[in-house]
Design a protein around this ligand. Structure first.
Ligand code: MLT
Length: 427
């Protein structure tokens, strides 16, 4: 392969260097493009633009490959656990057993959330969407932790990571407790991180609570599968906000807002709402597949297809298997879930979907599995956020450690040329 790319523009030739990644992915480095040619590139939605070099996650959408720090998602989902994967993503290496134990214990040091945060939650109506509340509460954490972290100081950075992992899990579950009118629970430092999620969500003061280990294991796997996905919308948002040197909590709060949308993390909620609507309408899967194919019909098949995967999403393969196991173990018999299965089977056989690479994605199966675990639909995207948290932290840290410049795209102005201002009485 040549070492440069040549651009011919306005009668002149310009040469741009190439950047080649570990797996031979190629980028044309256009850092000097505007300076040399006066032109910029246009790429709405950034389908062809790399925003950074990153050592965190490798994704090959054509081959259906996903790796965190070089480890395959299949291996990690089978052999690791969420805190170990979080450590790997943020610090770059798998921890030793003493490092992992220390990490878990250090997270426990920060699991108490400031009591005054409860006043902030009280200000929200019970009907508020948990993702909106979570974005606000994450941002509010800044008020109680005003000192910004010095990224160059490993100890400070490590503490900030532990603090964020601890407090985010607690406030994420509080969004549900608030909606239900239940008292807010405290983290139990004698239990594991994922067990705590279930306990914080569901334990009531009126009786004992024991999280189902099948659910805890499946959730742990789901969190691993969601932990990072290179420069997706919410992660790019976290990096972009952080590039102005806004703090970690503020950047993550922006990431939560970006994740909320139905075209991103909000898709898992949208999938379940779609399945419920199909069920209410008599459960005719073929009718909805026909609607999805009809360009005139506004119906959109949620949970199918992916911007970067032109093959099966490797996470979806793992979740599909986990969903089958969990549904069996829990003995769940739910008409909405059987509609999901029928829809999946019919779409996988259908030439229209096959030829367009519209396979069920991670959000399709995660919604199904969350529902079978008794997680309320409005909390699905919050679970995605809990899983994605270590990825956001890792990407924020990498961006700051690499001293990346502030994110500041250009534009092509298509508005009015210079106009003369007319006083109001002359318009
Ligand atoms: C994700 O995991 O962030 C989603 O699949 C969306 C994406 O990668 O674009």
């Amino acid at each position: 392969m040549s070492k440069t790319a040549i651009l011919e523009f306005d009668g002149k030739k310009y040469e741009f260097p190439l950047i080649v990644g570990t797996e031979d992915e190629v980028a044309i480095d256009i850092d000097k493009l505007r300076g040399e040619t006066g032109a910029i590139t246009m790429d709405p939605g950034y389908k062809n633009s790399g925003s950074c070099k990153s050592e965190i996650t490798f994704l090959d959408g054509e081959k259906g490959i996903l790796r965190y720090r070089g480890y395959s998602i299949e291996d990690l989902a089978e052999k690791s656990d969420f805190l170990e994967v979080s450590y790997l993503l943020v610090f770059g290496e798998l921890p030793t057993s003493s490092q992992l134990e220390k990490f878990e214990n250090d997270i426990r040091k920060y699991t108490l959330v400031h009591e005054e945060m409860k006043n902030i939650i009280d200000g929200f109506p019970k009907t508020a969407h948990p993702m909106g509340v979570l974005a606000s509460l994450t941002s509010a954490l800044t008020a109680f932790n005003p000192k910004s972290v010095n990224v160059a100081n490993d100890k400070e950075m490590y503490e900030a990571v532990c603090k964020t992992m601890a407090k985010f899990l607690v406030i994420a579950t509080w969004t549900y407790r608030k909606a239900m009118g239940y008292p807010l629970n405290y983290y139990d430092n004698t239990k594991s991180y994922v067990e705590n999620f279930m306990q914080l969500m569901f334990a009531l003061p009126t009786g004992p609570y024991k999280a189902n280990p099948v659910v805890v294991n499946a959730l742990d796997k789901l969190f691993i599968l969601h932990a990072d996905h290179e420069q997706n919308c919410s992660t790019s948002t976290v990096r972009m906000v952080g590039s102005s040197h806004a703090g970690l909590f503020a950047s993550i709060s922006a990431g939560v807002s970006a994740l909320w949308g139905p075209l991103h993390g909000g898709a898992n909620q949208a999938v379940l709402e779609m399945l419920e609507a199909i069920q209410k309408d008599g459960g005719d899967v073929e009718k909805y597949l026909a609607k999805a194919k009809d360009k005139e019909d506004p119906f959109r098949l949620m949970g199918f297809g992916h911007r970067v995967y032109k093959n099966f999403d490797p996470r979806a393969k793992i979740i599909k298997k986990a969903a089958d196991e969990v549904l069996n173990d829990l003995g769940v018999d739910d008409p909405v879930l059987s509609i999901a299965k029928k829809l999946e089977e019919a779409a996988l056989q259908d030439e229209y979907f096959k030829s367009r690479n519209l396979y069920p994605n991670v959000d399709f199966y995660s919604g199904i599995i969350y529902r079978s675990m008794g997680i309320p639909t409005e909390m699905f995207t919050v679970l995605f956020a809990i899983g994605r948290l270590p990825g956001w932290i890792a990407q924020w840290k990498e961006m700051r450690v690499n001293k990346e410049p502030i994110g500041r795209p250009r534009q092509i102005y298509t508005g009015s040329p210079l106009r003369e201002f007319k006083p109001i009485n002359e318009r």
